[in-house]
Design a protein around this ligand. Structure first.
Ligand SMILES: *[C@@H]1O[C@H](CO)[C@@H](O)[C@H](O)[C@H]1NC(C)=O
Ligand SMILES: *[C@@H]1O[C@H](CO)[C@@H](O)[C@H](O)[C@H]1NC(C)=O
Ligand SMILES: *[C@@H]1O[C@H](CO)[C@@H](O)[C@H](O)[C@H]1NC(C)=O
Ligand SMILES: *[C@@H]1O[C@H](CO)[C@@H](O)[C@H](O)[C@H]1NC(C)=O
Ligand SMILES: *[C@@H]1O[C@H](CO)[C@@H](O)[C@H](O)[C@H]1NC(C)=O
Ligand SMILES: *[C@@H]1O[C@H](CO)[C@@H](O)[C@H](O)[C@H]1NC(C)=O
Length: 884
């Protein structure tokens, strides 16, 4: 029954929600709102549903000059829509657009450029300047849209400026072809002029590194370089607050390093309360989502959450940080330091301390001067938990981030045209060589010369996305990007969340090379594509002597690429069932994950029906190889090293569970999937079975068909087919006992009660005989305290119910503690166990040479444990443990 009172409440709360949805009530249309579809006489609607007015001289006056409308001969598939890009106004002499606008307000001006062969002219031959305020402010100088999109590997570019009130109510934009280039022309596809609130108000940005000094934007013009919805999704222009048409990009492409933190959205019971002055600062979506460092204070204290941007040198930048505390409610709960370009911008930032109550938006501006130097300049924003404040949580948080460039003292905002990477240039040269062959020219049959130019530009853009970015990752350089609205030498984001741009650019790529047709553009952009020729050269045409492992997937070869880099090359067996899907999963997962304790994917090759993955080479192979003979062990590892490897693997798994955007469940944790590099650093590998974990609130598991390796399989997962991160914890518990006892997780040749390591160790633990089955080669190495801690940790991992198992972070902590206990004991030279660890069964297990090690385990042995389920199908991918 809903009573009248309830109904009223309901209506009230609905209107509250609606108000909040409209961005705190700021859903109005700006006084001046001109969207000009240059070069087209028709009104038309763009991809975001905004109407662009035809170029008919009623919204503006075009003075003098020499201009003509033109249509692009080729529509690049990555254009979000025809409007406003397929038509352009082309200027062969200086021309001025005059817009009548309010003389009282600031304005956003956005210029849209899609370089193409307008009027049959070479798009590379266009260089021009754009000035405003009677030439006192230069927005673009010697600007080549062609060179810019090429370097950014995009089809089009948008430049956004925020201009002071126009004198006399007339905003003039002058397009001047560059005189330095013979036959140059200017063009523009779309112009937006929108009145904007005074977003800098009377406030001043404090100059980082100069305490007490402020920078005021005042009457300067600014260019928007980056605008990010931190921890949230891509917001198209139509979803901005106040009809301001700003685009908010996903921040993840700009995150530097492996510390991605975690993202979250406001709980349903949290209402963002806009103070009146904040209404148009950013839409609700920006404030209602955030990125924080994560739950582990230890990890947070040792890392920075960092964003890196490429900017033009020689300018002052204003960095605007948007905050809205969605989780904490009191002062001194989450306090952090903010660094900009390695200098402290704020020490002890406390969002609730600023707003005095939770869920209230607030922004802070900081100014920093980026000097002009050789090469491209960078702007770094880093957050770190405050040590000095003794806050309740060691964590940091950010909701939104904008970077604005201020005009210099000469009134200039323009930077140089970005130059394409060498990788891109080389790719293009190859492309040009290919273009010389007869097959290629047939594609231009329709459009003559312009068709070739369009096609080549599209191809270069697509290729660039793969090459330029892979190169960056491959050579371990930092990854930087930029918003479309950004500019200078800024970079477009590698992908745009929900932007149609991202989805269509994928089809460009797949049209170009058969690779990646099923892969997301992000995955494609993050890792390198190898040709089959390169792979054959690296493996001496798949020389059998280079095989280092055999898995359900196929063979793994050792190889050398780029004249010296050692890699592991995993080649799919064409008949393998564990085929395309797992191949894609692994690329998708690994390309986005970078962590010291995860194996890095360098690239892939998908050609001639081959599916090949290229990884970092792990000189010391699998963990199992260093434990017992049956696993291929020659000399067993000492205890401390085993412990350190376990800690590394735990750290990798902990990162998978908590560090990435969504929790990732590995699903196949075992000693052959923990690899060791030449410095004995453990790395978790084989993500072919990984699943993205539950992300929706309230959902705590993922239902799925049971997969994994027998002997390591979580009994609860097996029974209920519900996957949680605790399934990995169980498998890791088995790994810990395998490390301690040096015997396989399953050993069917042993007496029945000893076949399963998990069951046997728990049995021994109950009987108090666990120390008897510890690897005899560890005798005398393990301190009693350390052993106790280690066993207790492993045992907890094997708890029957997932809820009773510790989280991976706790396992990690306990193992680190065990290592400390060991080190303390070693330092004191004292207490050594286990005495008399030489039971016959332990010895037998250690001498695994006579045992079958799992490669041919069939349904019959399985049924012993599987309560009659038909396991042979489920475990069809059970593999030779030497493989990975
Ligand atoms: C204009 O930019 C191009 C590169 O895009 C450069 O080669 C040329 O020197 C620049 N010209 C002037 C006058 O700055
Ligand atoms: C943008 O707004 C539309 C209409 O209000 C909505 O359907 C869509 O989900 C929004 N998109 C995002 C990314 O918020
Ligand atoms: C919102 O709900 C969560 C649990 O669902 C609770 O922890 C939190 O305190 C609530 N927040 C507010 C502001 O009521
Ligand atoms: C900040 O410091 C790091 C590490 O020392 C360095 O690599 C980076 O270039 C610095 N960034 C800037 C903008 O100075
Ligand atoms: C975080 O960044 C600041 C500024 O660049 C630097 O001084 C500090 O060492 C960094 N801390 C960590 C843990 O990387
Ligand atoms: C930006 O240009 C204007 C007009 O030339 C000038 O008055 C102003 O001082 C410049 N701003 C800065 C920060 O130099």
């Amino acid at each position: 029954m809903i009573t009248d009172g309830h109904l009223l409440l309901l209506i009230l709360s609905i209107s509250h929600v609606l108000a909040a949805l409209a961005g705190g009530g700021g859903g109005n249309v700006p006084a001046d709102s001109i969207l000009l579809n240059s070069g087209s006489t028709e009104d038309a609607i763009d991809a975001d549903g905004r109407t662009w007015a035809g170029d008919r001289n009623d919204k503006y006056r075009l003075s003098s000059g020499n201009s003509s409308p033109s249509t692009a001969p080729y529509q690049d598939p990555s254009l979000p829509s025809q409007t406003p890009y397929m038509s352009a106004r082309v200027f062969t002499a200086a021309s001025t657009y005059e817009f009548s606008v309010s003389a009282k307000t600031h304005h956003y001006v956005r210029l849209h450029f899609y370089p193409a062969a307008y009027n049959g002219q070479d798009p590379a031959g266009s260089y021009f300047d754009v000035t405003t305020a009677d030439g006192s402010i230069t927005l673009l100088r010697n600007f080549s849209a062609f060179a810019t999109v090429k370097a950014l590997t995009q089809a089009y570019i948008i430049r956004e400026f925020y201009l002071p009130p126009a004198a006399g109510g007339v905003l003039r934009l002058t397009f001047t072809p560059s005189v330095a280039h013979k036959g140059s022309y200017a063009f523009v596809n779309g112009i937006e002029v929108l009145s904007a609130p005074d977003i800098y108000g009377s406030g001043a940005a404090s100059l980082v590194g100069f305490s007490g000094q402020d920078v005021t934007v005042g009457s300067s013009a600014v260019q928007t370089m980056f605008r990010l919805n931190v921890g949230g999704q891509f917001l198209p222009p139509g979803n901005d607050t106040g009809g301001l048409g700003r685009t908010w990009y996903d921040d993840s492409p700009y995150i530097f390093g492996a510390a991605f933190g975690i993202t979250y959205a406001a709980e349903k019971n949290v209402t963002v309360r806009y103070p009146p002055e904040a209404r148009e600062m950013a839409p609700l979506d920006v404030y209602a989502s955030a990125r924080s460092m994560g739950p582990d204070p230890q990890v947070n204290m040792n890392t920075n959450l960092t964003w890196a941007f490429q900017v033009d040198g020689g300018f002052m930048y204003v960095v605007r940080l948007h905050f809205c505390e969605l989780q904490m409610s009191k002062i001194n709960q989450r306090v952090f330091d903010i660094y900009i370009n390695n200098q402290t911008a704020v020490a002890g930032a406390d969002v609730v301390g600023w707003t005095l109550s939770p869920a209230v938006p607030v922004h802070k501006d900081y100014a920093v001067y980026v000097a002009d130097g050789p090469g491209s300049e960078e702007l770094w924003v880093a957050l770190h938990p405050s040590m000095a404040s003794k806050a309740e949580y060691y964590d940091a948080v950010l909701n939104g981030l904008e970077v604005f460039k201020m005009n210099d003292t000469a009134g200039n905002l323009a930077g140089p045209n970005p130059s394409p990477s060498t990788m891109l240039t080389e790719a293009e040269e190859r492309e040009a060589a290919a273009a010389a062959t007869p097959q290629f020219s047939s594609s231009s049959s329709g459009g003559g010369r312009s068709g070739v130019i369009g096609g080549a530009a599209g191809g270069a853009a697509a290729l660039g996305l793969v090459f330029a970015i892979c190169f960056a990752v491959y050579s371990r350089k930092r990854r930087v990007g930029g918003a479309a609205s950004g500019g200078g030498s800024g970079w477009l984001p590698l992908y745009g969340g929900g932007s149609s741009n991202a989805t269509t650019s994928r089809s460009t790529i797949s049209g170009k090379s058969s690779a990646s047709s099923h892969l997301s553009s992000l995955a494609v952009s993050l890792c390198r594509h190898f040709s089959i020729a390169e792979i054959k050269q690296a493996t001496r045409n798949f020389d059998e002597s280079l095989v280092i492992g055999v898995g359900g997937f196929g063979k793994v070869y050792k190889g050398v690429v780029d004249g010296g880099t050692k890699v592991a090359i995993k080649r799919s067996n064409p008949s393998s069932e564990q085929g395309v899907h797992e191949f894609q999963t692994e690329i998708e997962m690994l390309s986005k994950l970078r962590h010291r304790h995860l194996v890095s994917l360098i690239g892939y090759c998908e050609e001639n029906e081959e599916m090949i993955l290229v990884y970092d080479y792990m000189a010391h192979g699998t963990l199992r190889e260093h434990l017992y003979k049956g696993g291929g062990c020659k000399s067993p590892l000492p205890w401390k090293q085993r412990l350190e490897i376990c800690i590394g693997a735990a750290r990798g798994l902990h990162y998978l569970h908590t560090g990435a955007k969504y929790p990732i469940i590995h699903r196949d944790v075992k000693t052959t999937n923990i690899l060791v590099d030449e410095k004995w650093v453990a790395k978790v590998s084989d993500f072919g079975l990984s699943k993205t974990g539950p992300s929706a609130i309230g959902q705590t598991h993922v239902s799925t068909v049971v997969k994994g390796s027998f002997g390591y399989l979580d009994p609860e997962y097996f029974r209920r087919q519900q996957l949680t991160d605790k399934s990995d914890v169980y498998s890791f518990g088995v790994v810990l006992f395998e490390v301690l006892c040096a015997r396989p997780a399953l050993n069917p040749s042993l007496p029945r009660e000893q076949v399963s390591l998990a069951d046997w160790t728990l049995h021994c633990k109950r009987k108090g005989t666990l120390e008897d089955i510890v690897d005899p080669s560890l005798r005398g190495q393990i301190s009693a305290e350390c052993l106790k801690k280690f066993i207790a940790t492993a045992e907890k991992c094997l708890a029957d119910h997932g809820v009773d198992r510790p989280a991976m972070g706790d396992v990690l902590w306990n193992l680190e503690f065990a290592l400390q206990l060991q080190e303390t004991a070693d330092g004191g030279g004292a207490g050594v166990v286990p005495e008399g660890a030489s039971s016959p069964s332990a010895a037998a297990a250690a001498d695994g040479s006579s045992h079958r090690t799992g490669e041919s385990l069939g349904g019959s042995e399985m049924s012993e444990e599987s309560d009659g389920l038909n396991t042979s199908a489920v475990f069809s991918q059970l593999i030779n443990p030497k493989g990975r």
